[in-house]
Design a protein around this ligand. Structure first.
Ligand SMILES: Nc1ncnc2c1ncn2[C@@H]1O[C@H](COP(=O)(O)OP(=O)(O)OP(=O)(O)O)[C@@H](O)[C@H]1O
Ligand SMILES: [Mg+2]
Length: 264
């Protein structure tokens, strides 16, 4: 399989018990090398959608990566292509950051089998440095702050070098420097590797600045889908978030001001 594969989702459904969260959701082909941000209110189904694409939640419908139907693949095969970084991060393990990243790389069948110990170490250290936490390489995961833990988890996801990287609110615990650092890094890796990144974000200005495409999800439905300027409009924000917003294009993205909430 090449890195030219598009991901096309058609008629996806996902439910918890008998409660349908997502019904008949379709997305036009997502391209390799693209950064796609998934935005929308709490409980819209964003995490459910990412978990569905990762194969971690039972679904109906089709998810085609190139010519391969992901929903027909065994989870282990699918995990070679698709990596999911969860929204909440249980890292109560007594491994160091470096050991965690090496473990993730070893478990990644694309690289893990063929690399020497030295190559494993160098690859892991390189990713840790690019994420911006080289000083934490030897620190135990269970001694990290919330933001540091998020960065360590991101390093574990990135080192696997998947075709499709799914990140669920990867910058929610990060300070301003690391928010920007992660968005720049994810964009750079998408371009370098032809990796497709689908990420959930709540910060619309950051999403607009650093995404090629925005999908707005509300109540399990796609409400808007397009370039940031197409998808993030005052009308969409009023409908989806019940806020009074002003959205103006600016050189590096969109200027978004939220003036009030709509209470009716
Ligand atoms: N394990 C579960 N069992 C039952 N219902 C669930 C479960 N997980 C999520 N749900 C329900 O599915 C719906 C969508 O949840 P989901 O986590 O996908 O939302 P989200 O868009 O990621 O929200 P947030 O922005 O708060 O993370 C919600 O109504 C939620 O209550
Ligand atoms: Mg979520």
């Amino acid at each position: 399989m090449s890195y030219t594969d598009e991901l096309t989702i058609t008629g996806l459904g996902a439910a918890y018990a008998r409660r349908q969260i997502i019904a008949d959701l379709s997305l036009a082909p997502m391209q390799p090398g693209q950064v796609i941000s998934l935005i929308g209110p709490n409980a819209a189904g964003k995490t459910t959608l990412l978990r569905s694409i990762a194969g971690l939640h039972p679904t109906t419908g089709s998810q085609l990566l190139g010519t391969r139907e992901l929903t027909h693949m065994a989870l282990a095969d699918r995990a070679r292509l698709v990596t999911y970084m969860p929204q909440s991060l249980p890292q109560k393990v007594a491994l160091t950051v470096l050991e965690g990243v090496i473990g993730a790389l070893r478990a990644s069948p694309i690289d893990g089998d063929s690399l020497s110990e030295q190559q494993l170490l160098e690859t892991a250290l390189d990713v840790i440095a690019r994420v911006g936490i080289p000083q934490l390489a030897m620190t135990a995961l269970d001694q990290l702050s919330g933001g540091q833990r998020q960065l360590a988890s991101l390093a574990q996801a990135l080192v696997r070098s998947p075709r499709v990287l799914l990140l669920d609110e990867p910058i929610s615990a990060l300070d301003l420097h690391y928010q920007l650092r992660v968005m720049k890094l994810v964009n750079a890796l998408a371009r370098e590797r032809g990796m497709m990144v689908i990420m959930v974000l709540h910060d619309l200005a950051i999403a607009a600045r650093w995404s090629d495409r925005i999908v707005v999800l509300a109540q399990g439905q796609v409400v808007a889908d397009g370039t940031p300027a197409e998808a993030i409009t005052a009308e969409v924000l009023a409908h989806v978030y019940r806020v009074v917003a002003r959205v103006e294009p600016e050189e590096t993205g969109l200027r978004i001001a939220i003036d009030d909430i709509l209470t009716r």
